[in-house]
Design a protein around this ligand. Structure first.
Ligand SMILES: NC(=O)C1=CN([C@@H]2O[C@H](COP(=O)(O)OP(=O)(O)OC[C@H]3O[C@@H](n4cnc5c(N)ncnc54)[C@H](O)[C@@H]3O)[C@@H](O)[C@H]2O)[C@H](O)CC1
Ligand SMILES: [K+]
Length: 535
């Protein structure tokens, strides 16, 4: 059972894939009408739980909470397809449980099953309107206008109705997806319902995990309705995989527990190349991120003038002072005797370098160690215009751009904001690197088309320095995994998950304003401790 839940939690589907999975179930003999009853029954129960919970929260502090709250008004927004059918079954169930139910349905042509449910609801005396106004006094709205069958931009009257009800500021629970969102890209097709909750049915739809959808999705959860795993496997096996990072996938990739007999070099030797006189803080934060990764040995190459502050902040690290340019950037890498770039288990290069450090980049690219490039490492790479040569590197390369850096690196890939999964996949295929595109829902792709999406984060991370921490953290994980058989994209995905979970915990304890990058580094280990305590 737990195994099923975990497998389902990792799956992300497009509209076409969901449709194909659904078809297999129907072809195998499951009646459509039975599946709708089952799914809508689960939705109705969950809605009651959510609704009662929010009533209890509102009543907190009051002397006693009546176990049977007075029937409340629920508005049901009904579309022409089976999303509308689901909503109408929910309407009927809530009606029989004592709720006052009002239906809005502006469509005259409905799918047959949806039409039958509407007819029956009418026969029960549920009022049905083709304008939205009568629903204005409802305590709760259920959005069943469109699900994964939405094909085109919304037009009036439904578009105006959605704009109007969004203004009402009422709790809205969307069935499957907020109506108006593109199932695959999360793009708003004209307009979309701003839900407080989204109950995603069966499998996670890709659109719900996109930055541009987040203002509409609210709290999202999955309603599992027992889709056979075999059907999912058959439909997904021939397309490039898009997976959701889960706690289980992330924890299984961490270098824990350590073998009882080991030594520091066995636990990875990471070289960080970072910092300049102008940006010394970036080097410190990258170092602190790497420290939290648990890496066995940490060396940090910085301009000579940063050496003493780095030693003070990271006494365990070997700080390598390098000759610097007039502007205070690293002019040349000067590694200790008997060391060269190829002797490190991984190299992470970029935070705070400034573009004046450009001469060192080719040297780093020529190394045979796994390499992560971030920040100015990416900007210098973009200026060099040699992104195609990454394919020729003898070891993996990881690029961790934010959208601005992504556009500089891959100017010919359009829509990095609207089609983040597609854009990241293209960038990885083009460069041969593992590409991590930062965002509220960070996307990681490898050159074979495998994609991971980080499903949780916090806007608290939108702050200078948090990217530097991520670079150090992933660098440290890459170094520790260099002798293990874990794919690079999984390590990168784990780093992204860990980083965002630390920020979520920090924001819970300190508010979203209290998560400066230095504080974040202190939560990296704290979040692992609290996660393992919750197991
Ligand atoms: N996944 C499952 O196994 C189950 C899904 N269920 C629910 O069914 C919907 C998908 O149903 P479908 O009928 O295919 O699509 P929609 O309800 O989203 O609506 C399609 C309907 O709307 C028309 N249409 C499309 N775009 C527009 C537009 N812009 N304006 C007007 N009309 C439009 C289109 O022609 C169709 O007629 C899924 O999300 C679940 O909620 C099952 O109930 C349970 C199993
Ligand atoms: K919907």
């Amino acid at each position: 059972m737990k195994d099923r839940q975990e497998k389902i939690a990792q799956v992300i589907v497009t509209a076409q894939q969901m449709h194909d999975i659904e078809e297999r179930i129907f072809t195998a003999g499951m009646p459509v009408v039975a599946l709708m009853e089952k799914v809508a029954g689960l939705i109705a129960r969950r809605i009651q739980d959510i609704y009662l919970l929010s009533c209890q929260q509102e009543n907190k502090g009051k002397a006693s909470l009546s176990p049977s709250l007075p029937p409340s008004r629920v508005g049901i927004l009904t579309g022409p397809g089976h999303n509308g059918g689901d909503a109408l079954v929910v309407a009927r169930e809530l009606y029989f449980r004592g709720y006052e139910v009002l239906i809005y349905c502006p469509f005259s042509k409905l799918k047959e099953l949806t039409s039958q449910h509407l007819q029956y609801n009418r026969s029960l005396g549920l009022p049905c309107y083709d304008s939205i106004e009568p629903l204005q006094d409802c305590d709760l709205l259920i959005d069943g206008l469109f699900g994964f069958g939405l094909e085109r931009t919304l037009t009036d009257p439904v578009a105006s109705a959605i704009n109007q009800l969004n203004e009402w500021d009422k709790p809205i629970i969307s069935i499957d997806l907020p109506s108006g969102l593109h199932t695959d890209t999360g793009e708003v097709l004209g307009t979309a319902v701003r839900a407080t909750h989204t109950l995603c049915l069966g499998l996670w739809k890709q659109g719900l995990l996109q930055d541009q959808a987040l203002d509409y999705v609210g709290k999202a959860e999955l309603i599992d309705f027992d889709i056979p795993l075999a059907d999912i496997q058959v439909v997904l096996e021939n397309s490039p995989s898009t997976k959701r990072i889960t706690k289980t996938t992330a924890l299984s990739t961490l270098p824990l527990p350590r073998p009882p007999v080991t030594h520091k070099y066995k636990e990875g030797h990471l070289l960080l190349i970072c910092g300049s006189r102008r940006y010394s803080g970036g080097a410190i934060l990258t170092g602190l991120g790497a420290r939290a990764s648990g890496v066995g040995m940490l060396s940090i190459a910085v301009p000579e003038s940063l050496k003493s502050i780095m030693v003070a902040q990271l006494p365990e690290a070997l700080i390598i002072g390098c000759p610097e340019t007039e502007s205070g950037a690293i002019a040349q890498l000067q590694l200790p005797a008997k060391t060269d770039l190829n002797s490190f288990s991984a190299i992470a290069c970029g935070p705070g370098l400034t573009r004046d450090a450009s001469p060192i980049l080719q040297e780093v690219l020529d190394s045979i160690s796994p390499l992560l490039l971030d920040a100015d490492g990416l900007n210098i790479l973009a200026e060099m215009g040699t992104i195609n040569t990454l394919q020729k590197r003898q070891n993996s390369t990881v690029l961790t751009p934010h959208t601005g850096e992504f556009k500089r690196l891959f100017p010919e890939i359009a829509d990095a904001n609207q089609h983040r999964v597609k854009a990241t996949r293209e960038a990885a295929a083009q460069s041969g690197a593992v590409v991590l595109l930062k965002g509220a829902r960070t996307v990681i792709a490898n050159s074979q088309g495998t994609v991971w999406i980080n499903p949780e984060s916090t806007p608290a991370l939108a702050r200078g320095g948090s990217g530097d921490v991520l670079t150090g953290l992933i660098g440290g994980l890459l170094a520790q995994a260099s002798s293990k058989k874990i794919s690079v994209e999984e390590i990168v995905a784990t780093g992204a998950w860990w980083h965002s979970q630390a920020a979520i915990l920090a924001a819970q304890e300190r508010t979203e304003l209290g998560v400066d990058a230095h504080t974040l580094t202190n939560y990296l280990i704290a979040v692992l401790v609290s996660t393992s305590n919750k197991k």
